[in-house]
Write a protein that binds this ligand. Sequence first.
Ligand code: HEM
Length: 136
Amino acid sequence: MKKFTSTLLLIGSLFLLDVARADDTPLGEQMSAMNDAYKAMGKETDAAKGATLAREAQTAMLKSLEFKPEAFDKLFPDKAVAAKAMVEYRYMIGEAFVIFCKVEMAFLEGKPDDVKKLLAEAKDLKKAGHDKFMEE
Ligand code: HEM
């Protein structure tokens, strides 16, 4: 019983640690908000609710423009390279914003297949963004 309780406690604290890590930075907070909306959009069939979720994701992307990735200075120590990487960061966040505008339109036009395709595009963008701007 003791062993069972400590295992439960360990799992509980690992879970809490993970939650804390995801929201650790101002950018992480926006990413998490967008991620929640992203997951919910994938399951949403109601047009108005889907459109609201898409707007939540858009807002999180606009706010993400105010922040710099935490690992940025470490990943791009060279000034000239860093200047270009910062443009690329804003460009990709802008692309994500546009994708979520298209998702909103697809919900409003009752085009679930388009919603799915656009969410797959967002997934590819997530991979590219995380590969470039997050540490291993
Ligand atoms: C569009 C789909 C995207 C989703 C669903 C997504 C989701 C997330 C989530 C859940 C986190 C929290 C931390 C973690 O999982 O370790 C995160 C962090 C992060 N994301 Fe995204 N992301 C997306 C796109 C992007 C793009 C396009 C970029 C860059 C242009 C980006 C850059 C980052 C960075 C740098 C962090 C770490 C937080 C920090 O440095 O403060 N993400 N993302």
